[in-house]
Design a protein around this ligand. Sequence first.
Ligand code: FES
Length: 145
Amino acid sequence: MHKLGNERHALIETLHSVQEAFGYLDLPGLIYVAASLKIPLSQVYGVATFYHHFTLKPQGKHACVVCTGTACYIKGVPDLLKSIGACQGVEPGETTPDGEVTLLTARCFGTCGIAPVVVVDGEMLGRISPDQLQDRLKETSGRDH
Ligand code: FES
């Protein structure tokens, strides 16, 4: 928002930044953008749904967004992604075959001090290990593997 000057004409670029940061555009994100740019929510929603580039929700029932920013990358994101790939069978951008978990990546949540950071269904998990993330995903999806 600051970078783009809270300008109304920057709506598409702003939505693009939000999606890049969080992996998709959820309703609180759209409401925030609409209020900040002083644009009716209906218009923001219209733009977000018009362009195929924008995703309003992850395809799976649950979203696991792994930060791949520099700090998180250094603190172990490659191991986290490898572990998710091995146990859940998904690469970033994919959803598990049972439709439970969609794996997404984002650039930086702005919480580098607790890297590596993963957001599962909106809950930020810092300093998370591959095992802890696996446990969390099992708990979230109600699966035992
Ligand atoms: S790099 Fe991951 S939170 Fe900043």
